[in-house]
Write a protein that binds this ligand. Structure first.
Ligand code: S3P
Length: 174
């Protein structure tokens, strides 16, 4: 379904469901699924949360960009779940766009993301409390909306429904 080394990057706020939707979409499109955070953890032998706390956010963003550059060089097609901050960095958006890959913004309400963040076991140092997380959510909209595609996740949709919708609209898969 995906051509040559074409990659589809899923972006959106923490807790929106990027990884789960990526899993469904990869199954529907019969192609590999990658997760940028998992890649970084494998390369550095440390959880992303510890890298952020140890290096600071700015240096972590460099680590993230380097991992993205490596992933972009791979000659295989894939559905890629980005970490929630990756697409807010201009050089990352540029790399994705210049190489002709597809970017998809998964949008949901702050309440939905916050609920998932609280329920999740994933440690997210940048989502410590509701107020700072809400501020980050608002700040990031200007970056996420630069993605090529946009899907609004309503509470009644399942992750599979969204993946199916992406497959139908982006890849004309019936
Ligand atoms: C981050 C999101 C996280 C992870 C890191 C930073 C962010 O990924 O990359 O904690 O800046 O939004 P998820 O979006 O999968 O939670």
């Amino acid at each position: 379904m995906l051509k040559d080394s074409q990659k589809v990057f899923l972006t959106g706020f923490m807790g929106v469901g990027k990884s789960t939707i990526a899993r469904h979409l990869a199954k529907i499109l019969k192609c590999p699924r990658l997760d940028l955070d998992a890649r970084i953890e494998k390369q550095h032998g440390q959880p992303v949360s510890e890298l952020i706390l140890g290096l600071g956010v700015d240096r972590y963003r460099d680590v993230e960009s380097d991992a993205l550059a490596l992933l972009l060089d791979e000659p295989t097609p894939a559905i890629v779940a980005l970490g929630g901050g990756a697409f807010t960095i201009e050089r990352n958006r540029k790399m994705i766009k210049e190489k002709g890959h597809t970017s998809v913004w998964l949008e949901s309400t702050f309440e939905h993301c916050w609920m998932n963040i609280q329920r999740s076991k994933k440690v997210r140092p940048l989502a410590k409390d509701r107020e700072t997380t809400r501020r980050l959510f608002d700040e990031r909209m200007v970056s996420y909306c630069l993605a090529e595609w946009h899907f609004l996740i309503k509470p009644e949709y399942s992750s599979y429904d969204i993946a199916k919708q992406i497959a139908e609209e982006v890849f004309c898969l019936e």
